[in-house]
Design a protein around this ligand. Sequence first.
Ligand SMILES: [Fe+2]
Length: 372
Amino acid sequence: MTITNNPVNVTATDAPDQPDRSPELEELYRGFESELLVPLWTQISDLMPTQPQSQAVPHAWRWAHLLPLAERAGDLVPVGRGGERRAIALANPGLGGAPYATPTLWAAIQYLGPREDAPVHRHTQHAFRFVVEGEGVWTVVDGDPVAMRRGDFLLTPGWQFHGHHNQSDTPMAWIDGLDIPFAHYTESTFFELGPDEVSDRGTPARSRSEQLWAHPGLSPVSAAGTPTPSSPLAAYRWEHTDRALADQLDLESAGHDGVVEAGHAAVRFTNPTTGGDVMPTIRAELHRLRPGAETATRREVGSSVFQVFEGTGTVRVGESEWSVGHGDLFVVPSWQPLTLATDEGLDLFRFSDTPIFDRLHQSRTEVEGTRQ
Ligand SMILES: [Fe+2]
């Protein structure tokens, strides 16, 4: 059967691992093309590289550049039905202009003006928010208003209705992280509009989910023994994250275990019903480096996005190196080596697609030549 606009193109080359070129070989390749066939021997180096070769490239985005552009969008672009969110995504320069930070992860700055609402919807993509500065917005997750404040990590797991309302007279910006590229590639997405009005315009200091779940080591008996795929806790507050990191470094100072390595404390946000990651496709962590600390060089299968919360530092990813400060974001593609260093101290929020690879038994980490 002949089709028009046949996209298959099989090219004979003189490469040493390729068959000798001849008119008969060309005839064979034209036969492959007309039947929509592609031989492995012309493709194997792309399909089966010796180690992950990401299309994404290391890249950093500056908060000092992002924020004024988001503010300008606040002047010019209404938020409401249709566009749904005033969210501006990081586009990795290796991914052809798609709004993807990495092949699996979306990262965007979202901006909500004074007294504005972002309408209610739900989708199967998993989402979170991380607040690098500001307050005054409540995100309403399945009817539960959740305050958003500096340093907080907030969840909107897949298929939960959510909208946002700004109850203050000042604008607020934060970052959204989702698994949009992964969901798009795997063609598994559903989306549904919710009510036009945010269902609960309350402004409680703590959400109902925190009243149930934000007590260390304590689960409500009404939900005990029922693991949920995503965390039921909608907000992880900075006061808890900060204290956990400070305690790790205090333990190190006292000569006890607990830090990742010298001068490097880290915590992972976890699902209290399982002890595992907060959502099926996204891992999230907060890392703190003491003044003068430098990490080992690590590489991992899967990709990460980092945002500087506080402090300054030097980041090396593959061949790239940047000085970073408050709010700056950078991407670590799969299997690219990462080293962090700081003179004055550095707090870094990180999210990654690692749970996908854990589930598939494809995770692999290498620390300065030591494979784990
Ligand atoms: Fe959403």
